[in-house]
Design a protein around this ligand. Structure first.
Ligand code: HEC
Length: 150
């Protein structure tokens, strides 16, 4: 491939990966997308939780799971286009949109805490890893308490 073609395909990829909300053809797709992402989040949180039950947790496995979380976290919050709480099965509260600044704060907090979790696990610091994991789990819960119907 010539350099020009490489640059073109990189540009095409970048365009596709822009998290524009308008990319969903219908609200149902946005709901499916975020539910899939949150399912992944809960799987990897569960695996980290399991690993941290050990007295000597395998922090490189924790770091692998945290790296996945670090990536997928960013995806779910691009998938809340207005009106998509009307989709059957959606438990999103109207506050996701009427209090969007607060919603975004939780999303940012989650990214920050997962960043700390990843750094602590990579650095081999068990205590800091546990602390960051607790903080992460608390943000999941806090946002659900405020923005998800029971
Ligand atoms: C910024 C707020 C926010 C944060 C942070 C958040 N969630 Fe959610 N989550 C939601 C909302 C809102 C819904 C409901 C979405 C819907 O039903 O349309 C949801 C739904 C879910 C669901 C149900 C998906 C389904 O099948 O319908 C799971 C599982 C989940 N979240 C896991 C997590 C985990 C694990 C974390 C932390 C790593 C997390 N969430 C962090 C807002 C958040």
């Amino acid at each position: 491939m010539t350099m020009f073609k490489v640059l073109l395909s990189v540009a095409a990829l970048a365009a596709v990966s822009l998290p524009a909300q308008a990319q969903f053809a219908k609200p149902e797709d946005a709901y499916k997308y975020r539910a899939s992402v949150m399912f992944l989040q809960s799987q990897h949180m569960g695996r980290i939780n399991g690993l941290l039950k050990s007295d000597k947790p395998n922090l490189s496995l924790v770091a692998e799971n945290a790296a996945i979380l670090d990536m997928v976290n960013r995806l779910s919050f691009t998938a809340f286009p207005e009106g998509s709480d009307m989709v059957a099965n959606s438990r999103a509260k109207a506050e996701v949109w009427s209090q969007s600044a607060k919603f975004k704060q939780y999303a940012d907090r989650l990214n920050g805490d997962v960043g700390k979790l990843l750094a602590a696990a990579k650095g081999g610091d068990v205590a800091a890893t546990r602390t960051a994991f607790q903080a992460t789990a608390q943000v999941c819960k806090a946002c659900h308490d405020d923005f998800r119907r029971d």
